[in-house]
Design a protein around this ligand. Structure first.
Ligand code: 3PG
Ligand code: MG
Length: 413
């Protein structure tokens, strides 16, 4: 980025503006927009123009007004300090792109309104005998889609770290249509990749990973991988109740993956074999409804009465989490400890955040990633007090698993 002069060039920039919106379409966390600003501003300041492209949500190849990027156009313009034109159809932006003058910005509608972006055949499942043929056909269409996007710009910049684990048209395939000197990673991408290196190349111990969120199933890969690296592994959030039930506990109405009980026991066994200190919630704040104003009580995570559900970590659990975190020198936090969207169930996540901040003050390197945990530290006003806040969720976890991210590989070759 630094060595490239964008003067007079049209830059096709893939960002990850998949930001959380409330029911009125207002952005509830703009970390990802702020993250992309250095790249966009550098191009505009050089005298180039930008064609900003992103996905939002999972519209599965269909137009869905609730996931229209037009909702965030004004916020992007405000953050950028310049007008942003909007192309309602990412495949029909030829004229608008051609008209761009130096210093001007254009944003394309949600790329995933076209199935070609993801490149997965629609309306046919993997068991279907025609699936392979459909997939092959879609891959061809994806190339055409990518070629069209590429035609809008002279140079391609990938700054979408949050989507770098996807081999999609705009994150990877499009790079094939630019010469090697006309494609690059943006500043945010460079910074994120460096933060991951920081964690992986020079681990200061003890290393504590805190994994939250509702399901064990979506985190199993990273949990298994982290077990070879960490000293302490805190598993919290909704996962707590799958582990509790697996050990014979009663979890009432709590979220629980009944088909993952063996997996939970296996994780416990592996942690023991590898000498990892696995810390699970022992008590919880149970509620009589999934509601911020529900009645609550503190109870054992193993003994939740019928009709009640665990929505946050209990006081004993918070102490155990804080103790492990405060003594750490490297910390990775992904996923909240409770339903933090409800103000009355933020306590567990708050205890984690406070401990992470304290450890950071004592010299630890702390990395917070994943939409929900980032929203959490922002809600607490603590984002500036941890070492690094990543815009990546799945991408960050895959990078930490040691996988090469397709979005990075496509540009770097
Ligand atoms: C995310 O928020 O996880 C990224 O924007 C990628 O989106 P995806 O998980 O729907 O591919
Ligand atoms: Mg995701």
């Amino acid at each position: 980025m630094d060595n490239y002069d964008f003067k007079g060039k049209k830059a096709l920039v893939r960002v990850d503006f998949n930001v959380p919106l409330d029911e009125n379409g207002n952005i509830t966390d703009d970390t990802r927009i702020r993250g992309a600003l250095p790249t966009l501003k550098k191009i505009l300041n050089d005298g180039g123009s930008v064609i900003i492209m992103s996905h939002m949500g999972k519209p599965k190849g269909k137009v869905n007004p609730k996931l229209s990027l037009s909702q965030i156009k004004d916020a992007v313009a405000k953050a950028l300090g310049t007008d942003v034109a909007f192309a309602n159809d990412c495949m029909a932006a030829d004229a608008m792109a051609a008209d761009l003058k130096p210093g001007q910005a254009l944003m394309l509608e949600n790329l995933r309104f076209y199935p070609e972006e993801e490149g997965k055949p629609v309306g046919i499942d993997k068991e279907d005998p025609n699936y392979d043929a459909a997939k092959k056909e879609m891959k061809e269409r994806q190339k055409e889609f990518s070629k069209k996007l590429a035609s809008y710009g002279d140079v391609y910049v990938n700054d979408a770290f949050g989507t770098a684990h996807r081999r999609h048209a705009s994150t990877a395939v499009v790079a094939d249509y630019f010469g090697k000197d006309d494609k690059m990673l943006g500043y945010l991408m460079e910074k994120e990749v460096k933060a991951v290196d920081n964690i992986l190349k020079d681990i200061k111990r003890p290393f504590t990973a805190i994994m939250g969120g509702s399901k064990v199933s979506t985190k199993i890969g990273i949990i298994e991988n982290l077990m070879d690296k960490v000293d302490n592994l805190i598993l919290c959030g909704g996962m707590t109740y799958t582990f509790a039930k697996a050990q014979g506990g009663k979890v009432g109405n709590s979220i629980c993956e009944n088909d993952k009980l063996d997996l939970a026991l296996d994780i416990m066994k592996k942690a023991k074999e590898k000498g990892v200190n696995l810390i699970l919630g022992t008590d919880c704040i149970a509620a009589d409804a999934f509601d911020n104003n529900a009645h609550t009580m503190v109870c054992s995570a193993m003994d939740i009465p019928e009709g009640w559900e665990g929505l946050d970590a209990g006081p004993e659990t918070r102490k155990a989490f804080a103790k492990a975190i405060e003594g750490s020198k490297t910390i990775l936090w992904n996923g909240p400890a409770g339903v933090f969207e409800f103000d009355n169930f933020t306590g567990g996540s708050r205890a984690i955040a406070d401990a992470v901040v304290k450890a950071t003050k004592d010299g630890a390197f702390s990395l917070v990633g994943g939409g929900d945990s980032v929203a959490c530290v922002n809600k607490f006003g603590l984002a500036d007090e941890v070492s690094y806040v990543s815009t990546g969720g799945g991408a960050l976890l895959e990078a930490i698993e040691g996988k090469v991210l397709p979005g990075v590989a496509a540009v770097q070759g």
